[in-house]
Write a protein that binds this ligand. Structure first.
Ligand code: MUC
Ligand code: MG
Length: 367
């Protein structure tokens, strides 16, 4: 069974309210749906979030690289020759989420062709994942009200607080208000998206030492190697790499450099094939991982669930799976449900990324 067509469809769905964080903000999901067809008519789907401030990609660059660079090289390749597909994709540098989406769409057709859920093909470890919700910049009291509402409505009790602001007390106060309002049982961690220097991050860790934070993600720019190494060596909690470890090589380098001792794994940027290699590498090195969020739609989130539930190493920690709730609508045909703080893996063949065609027509922006 061979790849016969590869399309990239830009679309846009507004957010209910913008999400702000240290490296940028989102107001609408101006994403790209990747659709891969085989010569037998099997269709695979995946979602691609352009994040210029993280990976340098835009909606237009994703459409261009998928249709003009990847499609001509991939058409005619057997769907089961995954290493050949990887070799072709990695001939092109960067374009992280475009490659991730092509890989996930390929896994979707493989699952459908075999009549198997992809989560089982990958590892089949669990049938659900515990959800962590990401809170963007807001005044501390509003953050607490939101977190309490999420706990009440969805049973979510793990929260990632976006930080990296100056003056530092804004984020320190937000963390303190959340801990006091949510109680000891809530799991809380911070993501500064490189907003601080290493010394500022050390100061925040000192002033929040009594709050029981789980870890701190991407506190500063990891390219400032010595500052980061010093921070990791002296931190009482793990320091996680997210955008500083977007691929297998960078993830290995960050760990070996002492730039991180925890890794965020994101299917949107790694697909399933590279993400599985990162998970294996981390497990072998004794490094914990968690499933991160690329501010994914439901189509993107279902891929994270399928992957995260497949492995013991990724299913251990809460996964960031709920930010689609900030969107006004979604393309996913079978909407996700968060019950008792968990999302279940879809049971049908493939990834479960089927879209509502009528909605795709309504939101696509190329016509
Ligand atoms: C994160 O973990 O950094 C920020 C931008 C994006 O695409 O995802 C985030 C979340
Ligand atoms: Mg992050």
């Amino acid at each position: 069974m061979k790849i016969a067509a590869l399309e990239a469809i830009p679309y846009s769905i507004p957010y209910r309210h913008p999400l702000h964080f240290a490296s940028g903000s989102v107001h609408e999901a101006d994403h790209v749906l990747v659709r891969l067809r085989t010569d037998d008519g099997v269709v695979g789907l995946a979602d691609t979030p352009p994040r210029p401030y993280t990976y340098g990609e835009t909606q237009k660059s994703i459409v261009a690289v998928v249709q003009d660079v990847f499609a001509p090289q991939l058409i005619g390749v057997d769907i089961f020759d995954r290493e050949k597909v990887q070799e072709i994709l990695y001939r092109t540098v960067h374009n992280q989420t475009a490659k991730g989406a092509v890989d996930i769409a390929l896994w979707d057709v493989i699952g459908k062709a075999l009549g198997q859920p992809v989560t089982k093909l990958l590892g089949g470890y669990s049938d659900s994942l515990r959800v962590s919700h990401m809170l963007g910049f807001k005044p501390a009291r509003e953050l607490l009200a939101l977190a309490l509402e999420f706990r009440e409505t969805y049973g979510i009790n793990t929260f990632k607080l976006k930080t990296g602001r100056r003056p530092l007390h804004l984020d320190i106060e937000a963390a303190r208000v959340l801990r006091e309002g949510l109680g000891e049982d809530a799991e809380l961690y911070m993501d500064a998206n490189r907003g601080w220097s290493a010394n500022e991050a050390a100061e925040v860790l000192r002033l929040t030492a009594d709050l029981g934070l789980q870890f701190l993600e991407e506190p500063d720019d990891a390219r400032e190697v010595l500052g980061r190494r010093r921070l990791v060596a002296n931190s009482p909690i793990p320091i996680a790499a997210d955008e500083s470890a977007p691929n297998l090589g960078e993830a290995a380098k960050e760990i070996l450099n002492g730039g991180a001792n925890l890794l965020a794994v994101k299917t949107a940027r790694s697909g399933f094939t590279e993400a599985a290699k990162i998970v294996g590498m981390a497990e072998g090195m004794g490094i914990d991982v968690y499933i991160g969020n690329q501010i994914d739609t439901q189509v993107g989130t279902v891929a994270s669930v399928v992957f995260g539930a497949a492995f013991a190493h990724t299913a251990k920690r809460a996964a960031e799976l709920s930010n689609y709730l900030d969107m006004t609508d979604d393309l996913l045909a079978e909407p996700l449900q968060i019950i008792d703080g968990r999302i279940r893996v879809p049971e049908g063949p493939g990834v479960g990324t089927g879209v509502n065609e009528e909605k795709l027509e309504r939101y696509r922006s190329d016509r």
